[in-house]
Every structure is written in structure tokens, then in C-alpha cells.
Design a protein around this ligand. Sequence first.
Ligand SMILES: Nc1ncnc2c1ncn2[C@@H]1O[C@H](COP(=O)(O)OP(=O)(O)OP(=O)(O)O)[C@@H](O)[C@H]1O
Length: 249
Amino acid sequence: MTSLIELAGITKVLKGQKEPRTILDGVGLTVRAGESVAIVGRSGSGKSTLLSVLGLFDRADSGTYTLDGRDISKLPERHAAKLRSSHFGFVFQRFFLLKHLTAAQNVAMALVNGQGWLPRRERRTRVMQALDQVGIAHLAKNRPAKMSGGEQQRVAIARALVRDPRILLADEPTGALDTETGTVVIDALQEATTRGCALILVTHDRDHAARMGRIVDLQAGVLTERVPVLAGAGVDAPTTELPRIGGPA
Ligand SMILES: Nc1ncnc2c1ncn2[C@@H]1O[C@H](COP(=O)(O)OP(=O)(O)OP(=O)(O)O)[C@@H](O)[C@H]1O
């Protein structure tokens, strides 16, 4: 299977301070369609920065970003904006729902913004499909105030899915939820991978990370891939680490 995303030697340096600070130091990452990848690491290690680079909200200072076989490292912003809406769905810790709109109307907003006005019937079908995919089609007419946190986050996931993205980027989507509700939200995100969508999840929750197909660890700007240890190998830790990937030798 060919890669959907390939980052190589990605570097991001924060300027505007006394001393420039390297946040991403030669990061490499390959993600294929239908894969799920957890990005873990200490607070401030650069996980959200990496997600911003992946989602084309921010640009790397050096390195290459290949999306679907195309080098997009130097893409002008107007093309990047198009790719953002055609290829990516975003889910954040905060739900960012409009409180005066119903769940269905909140999801429909993504279609209006991204693709102009679709015919009403098609819009309705896609919105209901997206709500159904996250298990809350029955709440289509509810406003956020009448929904639990987990339900609101599932509306936000439906809003991210309604444009049928190739890649779902989720930044601490369970951060505001209790463990049980968080698990339901992770289920909803993972369901998208069964349809070929790649899922990249930033999380501090070990259990949620462990449910992803792969875990990558960001420490001091350096990304390492954790490789599951075979059961019975006599190692206490559930995972072990390889040397850094994608960085200079
Ligand atoms: N716009 C900015 N201006 C100044 N510093 C920034 C900016 N954005 C990020 N940083 C700094 O860059 C570092 C990486 O931030 P980032 O948010 O990517 O980390 P993180 O791993 O996602 O953290 P957390 O787990 O707490 O969300 C942090 O030290 C942060 O303070």
C-alpha cells in the first residue's frame, strides 16, 4: 500500500524569543490509508505543533511533506486551504459547536463552508450518514445544550467526517471527557479507519493510545516509533522503543 502521508526531516524552530527554540527536530513519519497512529509525549513536547504542520495550519522550516505522492512542502496558502478542506477532518478538545444550531445543522456547516451549497437533499443525506457513523443520528434535532459532552464531541466528529476526509487529525479529543465517555469517542474516531480514513490522534491517555495501530513518541522534538513487544517476551513494559526515525543519523 502506498503512503498517504510522508514527513521527512521536518524541523520547526520557534523564533521571536531571546533564543530560537527547536520544537520539531528532523521528524519523519509515514502514514498509510486506514492506519491509526497515536502521537504521545510530555506536555510541551510539540505534539500540537506537529499536528498543525500535518494539517497545513503551520509550515515546517525545513524538511519535506508528501501527501498522496505529491510534495506539498512549499504549497502556497490558497492551495493549502483547498487541501485542508478536501483531505482533512479536524477534531479538538473543545467541540466548537454553534449553540443555537441543532446537531444536524452544526454538521451541515462543514459542507456549506467547504463545498458551497450542495443540493438540500444531498446535504441532508450526507449529514445523516455522518451522524449515523458516530451513533447519534437520533439526536440530529437536538441542540448542544441538550447533549452530554460525549455526544457533543461525536457531533464534532460527524462534522469532521461529513466531507469524507482522507485523514482525521484529533488533538486531545477526549481531554474534556471522563474515561468511559472518552472510550465511546475513540470508538467513533476509529470507526472512520474501517472506511480507509487515516487517523492521527494526539493523546495523553495511555489506554486510548494503546488502541491505535501504532504509537509514536515525541520527546524534545525527536520522534520515535514504539514497537509492540510480543506477549511472553519477558518484558514488563508493553512497548519498547526504536532509535529515532526520520532525523539526521
Ligand atoms: N505560538 C507560540 N508561541 C510561543 N510558544 C509556542 C507557540 N506555540 C507553541 N509554543 C511552544 O512550543 C512548545 C510545543 O508546544 P505544543 O503545543 O506543540 O506542545 P504539546 O506537546 O502539544 O503540549 P500539550 O501536551 O501541553 O498540549 C511548547 O513549549 C509551547 O509553549
